[in-house]
Design a protein around this ligand. Structure first.
Ligand code: AIR
Length: 210
C-alpha cells in the first residue's frame, strides 16, 4: 500500500524536526495527540489547562512562541494512520517533547497505549475520550507502562504533564501551586455562599448561570 503525499509530508516533517537539533527552549515541551478531530471537543480541555498555566501552542517550528513552555497538537490515528503514529512516537523525544498526552475514543482506543510503547521511556498520559474507551487505554501488560486519567479528563492530563515538567522547572511548579490555591479558595467561596444563601436561593443562582 502506498503512502498518500499529505501523510508522507507530515511524517517527513516530523523526521526532519527530529534531526534538526534545535535549541530545546524553542521546541514544544508537551505533545497533544488524538485519534480523530472528532475528539477535539473533549481533548481541548488539555489546551485550556496548558494555556491557563502559561503554555503557548506552537504551530510553526520555525517561528516558536515567546512563552517558555509550549505544546503542539496533532490528529494521529492508531488504526487509520499507524505509520504516522509510529513516526510521531519514535521522533517525540528527539523533537524535544518531555511528555505526550494522547486521547482516543471508541472501544479500540489504542493510540495512547501504542504511543506509550513506541515512545518509551518518554511518559505518555492517556485520555479515554469516552467511558467505553477506558479499558483499552489503561489495559497494558506488565512492563509496558502508561499513565492515564478518567474518561474525558484531558484537563487533568495537562495538569499531570505540567507536574512532570515542574520537577525540573521551579517557575512552573510555582504556577501549579498558585493554581491549586485558587482552586481551594474557589471551594471556600462556594461553601460560604451556599451556607449564607441557603439551598433554594443557591440553586436559583446556579440555574441563572451565575
Ligand atoms: N479512533 C481513530 N482512529 C483509531 C481510533 N480508535 C477513534 C477516535 C475517535 C473514534 O475513533 O479517537 O474517538 C471515532 O473517530 P471518528 O473519526 O470516526 O469520529
Amino acid at each position: 500500500m502506498t503512502t498518500p503525499p499529505p501523510l508522507r509530508a507530515l511524517m517527513d516533517e516530523l523526521e526532519s524536526q527530529a534531526e534538526a537539533d534545535r535549541d530545546p527552549a524553542t521546541t514544544p515541551d508537551v505533545g497533544v495527540i488524538m485519534g480523530s478531530d472528532s475528539d477535539l471537543p473533549v481533548m481541548s480541555g488539555a489546551h485550556d489547562a496548558l494555556v491557563e498555566l502559561g503554555f503557548a501552542e506552537q504551530t510553526d517550528y520555525d517561528d516558536p512562541p515567546d512563552a517558555r513552555f509550549t505544546f503542539e497538537t496533532y490528529v494521529v490515528s492508531a488504526h487509520r494512520t499507524p505509520e504516522l503514529m509510529d513516526v510521531y512516537a519514535r521522533t517525540a523525544e528527539d523533537r524535544g517533547l518531555e511528555v505526550v498526552i494522547a486521547g482516543a475514543g471508541g472501544k479500540s482506543a489504542d493510540l495512547p497505549n501504542m504511543t506509550a510503547s513506541l515512545a518509551y521511556p518518554l511518559p505518555v498520559i492517556g485520555v479515554p475520550v469516552q467511558e467505553k474507551s477506558v479499558d483499552s487505554v489503561i489495559g497494558m501488560p506488565t512492563g509496558a507502562p502508561i499513565v492515564a486519567v478518567d474518561a474525558g479528563k484531558s484537563y487533568n492530563a495537562a495538569l499531570s504533564a505540567a507536574q512532570i515538567l515542574a520537577r525540573s522547572h521551579d517557575d512552573l511548579r510555582e504556577r501549579l501551586v498558585e493554581r491549586h490555591e485558587d482552586l481551594k479558595a474557589g471551594v471556600a467561596d462556594d461553601s460560604r455562599r451556599l451556607h449564607e444563601l441557603g439551598t433554594p436561593a443557591y440553586l436559583e443562582e446556579m440555574d441563572r448561570g451565575e
